[in-house]
Design a protein around this ligand. Sequence first.
Ligand SMILES: Cc1cc2nc3c(=O)[nH]c(=O)nc-3n(C[C@H](O)[C@H](O)[C@H](O)COP(=O)(O)OP(=O)(O)OC[C@H]3O[C@@H](n4cnc5c(N)ncnc54)[C@H](O)[C@@H]3O)c2cc1C
Length: 385
Amino acid sequence: MNTGSSDIVIQGGGPVGLACAAWYLQKFPEAKITLLDRNPIDDADLANADSRGIALSHGSKILLDTIQAWPTDCADIHRVHVSQAGRFGRALMTREELNQDALGHIVRYRDIHLALRKALRAIQASSPNFIWQHIKGDDSEANITAQCIVHAEGGLFKTQEWVESGRDYGQSALVGLVEVENAVPHQAWERFTAEGPLAVLPSHYGHHILNLVWCGSPESSQDRLQLSDSEFLESLQDAFGSRIGRFLKIQDRRLYELGLNYRKQITKDNEVWIGNAAQTLHPVAGQGLNLGLRDAFLLAEKLAGVFANTPEGPSATEIQNALEDYAQSRKVDRTTTIGLTDFMARVFTSNLAPVVLARGLALSALQWLPPAKTALARQMMFGRR
Ligand SMILES: Cc1cc2nc3c(=O)[nH]c(=O)nc-3n(C[C@H](O)[C@H](O)[C@H](O)COP(=O)(O)OP(=O)(O)OC[C@H]3O[C@@H](n4cnc5c(N)ncnc54)[C@H](O)[C@@H]3O)c2cc1C
């Protein structure tokens, strides 16, 4: 792999790597940068790729709009209903309370991916020194030489080659598309069951087709994956209850293992880690990609600051200082988002009686203490910057 003429190499063409390249080139079109992308060149080859629904915050929409990378197929969330199955405690958050057009948006992973590829191609047209290199397998491991290496290799829990700090929650997520009888338009449901959170989220396919994210033990999730459609729907109905009527159809069931894996240090010499390559989170709070996009945006800004302003090329120390500055600036948002997600993943999967009681009280408190609810919703929507 010869990346010799590039100042910066971004390794990984997932959403976070693509977004970082696009924001950087938007700020500094002459930049010498290579993106190493393991995905196929042709968008058509991604048509059947990962279709899980991802909740993107309003903050992420604002960021993606700056590079025209907002996918056209998306469903807005106007209300989020949070409750515990068979126990007291519930909270309802609405867009009106927060004075926002939407609390969040649900978009398929592959649509985000494709929208970012399209946006980057448009930016590429006026970026003469940008190389978008499609590679195979381990090609990228060999001989990367650049003044700065950005790791955006992402990955899912338990598939990553590195394991640093974190937690195995002993959970998997079963995702799929489910058709229901009485959907409430633009409403998301998060229900805490004895085995873990069960979310039913709007989709762009219409009000009656919803995205399901059902967290449970790896064994029972695997069992649910094997059930016939009718057995599956019956078991989902038992777990969720009847608030949206009968579950009528299920399609595209897939399993993901869940856990927390994060790096304490996100920079080392001239290398920096962003997105899932820096932290892989439980999806209970829908924060992984939102956090990764904020990583990408700020890193692009810091790198443009140092490379665009030194025509003769920055020194190794200047690059290292810029990366340290980046790491410092990401500290509060990272720590808060990782901490909050880990807390929610543990609290909402515990069956210990005192925790169940505290959970019910917390949900009731959220409902009756608007400032607490607003603070939590704002953190979810915009993170800490
Ligand atoms: C079930 C589930 C639900 C989720 N729901 C949400 C949600 O609602 N909201 C949210 O914000 N987040 C959610 N997430 C998290 C979100 O999917 C990730 O945070 C996001 O995909 C991270 O993007 P990324 O670009 O860092 O990594 P990835 O999406 O993993 O992309 C990394 C890319 O790099 C490539 N790559 C890997 N190694 C190399 C290499 N050596 N060289 C070159 N390329 C390489 C890969 O092929 C891949 O294309 C969810 C995750 C799961 C599992």
